[in-house]
Design a binder for this molecule. Structure first.
Ligand code: ZN
Ligand code: ZN
Length: 293
């Protein structure tokens, strides 16, 4: 089955993913309307902002009983701390307000995996954070280095070679420590790659084009899902996303890498459309350190 290509892509889309005067609803569009929000404000959409930050690891309502109800559209202290933490992670000025650069960064198409897993109040103080790879919580990793992968039944055949290339690049980057080969069956594969859309049963629903592009689960789970509602292509094509670039990123998660704070890293969380990226020294260093290569 081919991915749905019905969305008309505006050639004038700004590189940050916000669509100027375009009236077409954009998935993270609620953010634009809230630009300038700060502590003390009560405004419709603040609840969605809290959900966004919770989803990507900056707010944890379950583990902190002192925070405001998610239902509330109130910009509280907790939200200010979360925004500062987000701004530090993305090398923005840690203003704690929803300023223009923060909105632009948040509206970027991105990986669905969280940037952080525990919400740390002290994050905004660590302004000297070195741009770097990070591991996933609990440092999960594979105990075997010969891994197999398989494509789900609806995975577009024309995109399989791009994923093969991405595995080849990671194998090379590991100096031969890892080998990746196609499994005899999808069911029996260590790494299971599929095209999914909407709510697809793993608790992390996709919601249409332009927001979350893909996600993957850490070792030893091995699932890697592309959002079938995105416009997928091979290479750098205006208004579309490169299958191989996303594969490089998600394979990093499959191997145990988290999001990097180094913008040139493949493990940086966001990706503009029409762009291709490769592995960076930061990514390779992360893998080497994780596996002692
Ligand atoms: Zn990611
Ligand atoms: Zn999924």
């Amino acid at each position: 089955m081919l991915p749905v290509l019905s969305r008309v892509h505006d050639p004038h889309l700004r590189p940050n993913g916000l669509s100027g005067n375009n009236t077409k609803p954009s998935p993270f569009g609620f953010l634009k309307a809230m630009q300038g929000c700060r502590k003390g404000d009560t405004e419709k959409g603040i609840r969605d902002l809290k959900l966004y930050l919770a989803r990507f690891g900056y707010l944890n309502y379950q583990k902190n009983p002192n925070v405001t109800d998610l239902e509330e559209d109130h910009f509280d202290e907790e939200l200010e701390v979360a925004i500062k933490s987000y701004q530090v992670f993305y090398h923005l000025n840690a203003t704690g307000t929803l300023d223009g650069p923060t909105v632009s960064q948040m509206a970027m198409p991105r990986c669905g995996c969280p940037d952080k897993v525990t919400h740390k109040h002290t994050d905004h103080n660590s302004l000297h954070t070195v741009s770097h790879y990070q591991f996933l919580p609990g440092t999960p990793k594979w105990t075997r280095s010969q891994l197999t992968y398989g494509f789900g039944p609806s995975f577009p055949a024309q995109f399989m070679p791009a994923v093969d290339r991405a595995f080849g690049k990671w194998a090379t980057a590991s100096s031969g420590y890892f080998t990746f080969s196609r499994a005899g069956s999808y069911e029996g594969a260590d790494l299971k790659i599929s095209f999914e859309r909407g709510d697809h049963g793993d608790g992390y629903p996709f919601n249409g084009s332009g927001e979350v592009l893909a996600h993957a689960f850490p070792p030893p789970d091995g699932r890697f899902h592309y959002d079938a509602d995105e416009n997928w292509v091979i290479g750098a094509v205006q208004g579309a996303f490169d299958v191989e670039t996303l594969a490089l990123h998600e394979i990093g998660h499959l191997l145990g890498l988290g999001h990097s704070q180094f913008q040139d890293a493949i493990m940086w969380s966001t990706l503009a459309s029409g762009v291709t990226k490769g592995l960076s020294p930061d990514d390779i260093q992360g893998l080497d350190t994780l596996y002692g290569i």
